[in-house]
Write a protein that binds this ligand. Structure first.
Ligand SMILES: Cc1ncc(COP(=O)(O)O)c(C=O)c1O
Length: 460
């Protein structure tokens, strides 16, 4: 892995939010009360919060100024039009339907498109798309290239879909049983890796050949487009906006959690070409999210979102953003900590089963590492492994574990500085030196879907 340069922030601080490091004794008590689930820890008890990059961005002065211009009319607020214009300028689809966040967009789209027994291929489904397909009786299918599951192969576009597999699958299953194909950019559940423009075009061609709609899960489209600019031959002179437009020109629509690359704390949308489907989606939207010009958001949220979508395409910002992630990855790599390579756009992923080789998969090494990191340094991370994705680990069937057992250190946008990243790297290096003391976990209580959010655990 080439050595990462120290990223210099392309912003200066105008407002500060104090964070506090509580004592180790207090952290121990907090963990116990939380059932050893970091989702249950009050944020005030966290020092550095790398749980997610979703909804945790710092907004700019320009976005905050936009907040004051919120038009809170029930229907047709002016901010809706700013928002829809900003989305169309990038995505290019005529219909723009706001939702309160990404999973609401998914739920509504799948309610209209997916029937029982139908399959939705993706490079790798994120947990909410997976769950939203499963609750409709649909089958989420991951078709990422094989290398996506190999944390050691350093390829530029490990978020790519296996086009041959996709083609074969559609041919065998029949396009009528496939309501849509999705592509997650960047691929959050596979190391935050980008997909190339070439791969996106190939996937699009296959879908068009069979008449199957192609949608993006576009949360981190700007990070993906920036990687294309940096890594894909022939793209270095294009603007990130131009690349994003070329990506979306391949598709029929997209869902987006605006909590990522729209640099806001809440929001999402569906954008698409199909007039009839858009009408049906709006009818579904009215039942749960609200009128189609606000979709569960305030006028001020829509304004911040419109402005964030423009700011996220600034190349200084994207260079720093991806630079921060590369810098943290480099520090961990130097300490010998096993990480997924290359580092992706929004997070560093630790290979938890290699970090803790003495903890077997059924004792959830990733989970154990998230608990240890909080106890050691007040840092919150998230397990993307056995607790999040395994099937039947506590039942009578044969347990099936995901290929990778990861702990994700997601970096919120424009929030932490180099010294925060240094602190995280030092804490992990210390844990790695004393890894033999870390113990595994067993599940005490769990929910049928998305169990990681609420599961309670005990140390073995
Ligand atoms: C790839 C991907 N898709 C969908 C979602 C769901 O978005 P939200 O959390 O806004 O519902 C997320 C959230 O982390 C994500 O990373």
């Amino acid at each position: 892995m080439p050595r990462a340069k120290m990223p210099v922030e392309p912003y200066r601080v105008k407002v500060v939010e104090p964070i506090r490091r509580i004592s180790r004794r207090e952290r121990k008590a907090v963990l116990k009360r939380a059932g050893f689930n970091v989702f249950n820890i009050p944020a005030e008890k966290i020092f550095i919060d790398l749980l997610t990059d979703s909804g945790t961005s710092a907004m700019s002065d320009n976005q905050w100024a936009g907040i004051m211009l919120g038009d809170e009319s029930y229907a047709g607020a002016r901010n809706y039009f700013h928002f829809a214009e900003a989305v169309r300028a990038i995505f290019g689809f005529p219909h723009v339907i706001p939702t309160h966040q990404g999973r609401a967009a998914e739920r509504i789209l799948f309610e209209a498109m997916v029937k029982k027994g139908e399959t939705v291929p993706n490079n790798i489904h994120f947990d909410t798309t997976r769950a939203n397909i499963e609750v409709r009786g649909g089958i989420p299918l991951d078709l990422a290239i094989e290398e996506a599951y190999d944390p050691r192969v350093e390829l530029p576009f490990k978020g790519n879909m296996d086009v041959k597999k996709l083609d074969r699958f559609i041919r065998r299953t029949g396009p009528k049983k496939i309501p849509l194909v999705m592509m997650t950019v960047t691929n959050n559940s596979g190391g935050g890796q980008p997909a190339s423009l070439q791969n996106i075009r190939q996937v699009s061609e296959v879908c068009r050949g069979y008449g199957v709609p192609f949608y993006f899960d576009a949360c981190r489209f700007a990070e993906n487009a920036y990687f294309i600019k940096k890594k894909e031959p022939g793209c270095s002179r294009k603007t990130v906006l131009k690349i994003a437009r070329e990506m979306f020109a391949c598709a029929d629509g997209a869902t987006m959690s605006a909590k990522k690359d729209a640099l806001v704390n809440i929001g999402g949308f569906i954008t698409l070409i199909d007039d009839d489907l858009a009408r049906r989606l709006k009818n579904l939207l009215i039942i749960s999210e609200g009128f189609p010009t606000y979709g569960g958001l305030a006028g001020r949220d829509l304004e911040a979102l419109a402005r964030g979508l423009q700011e996220v395409l600034e190349e200084d910002y994207l260079e720093h953003r991806t630079g921060q992630v590369a810098y943290l990855g480099d520090l961990l790599d130097k300490s010998g900590i096993p990480i997924y390579k290359p580092v992706g756009g929004h997070a560093v992923y630790i290979l938890a089963d290699e970090f803790l080789p003495h903890i077997p998969r059924h004792q959830y090494p990733g989970w154990a590492l998230t608990v240890a990191l909080y106890l050691e340094a007040g840092i919150r991370s998230v397990e993307i492994g056995g607790v999040m994705f395994a099937k039947d680990t506590e039942g009578r069937g044969k347990a099936r574990y995901p290929k990778l057992e990861l702990v994700r250190l997601a970096i919120p946008r424009r929030v932490y500085t180099v010294s925060h990243l240094n602190y995280v790297a030092e804490a992990l290096a210390e844990l790695y030196r004393n890894k033999d003391k870390i113990r595994g976990f067993r599940i005490v209580e769990q929910a049928p879907h998305l169990r990681h959010f609420t599961v309670r655990m005990e140390e073995i």
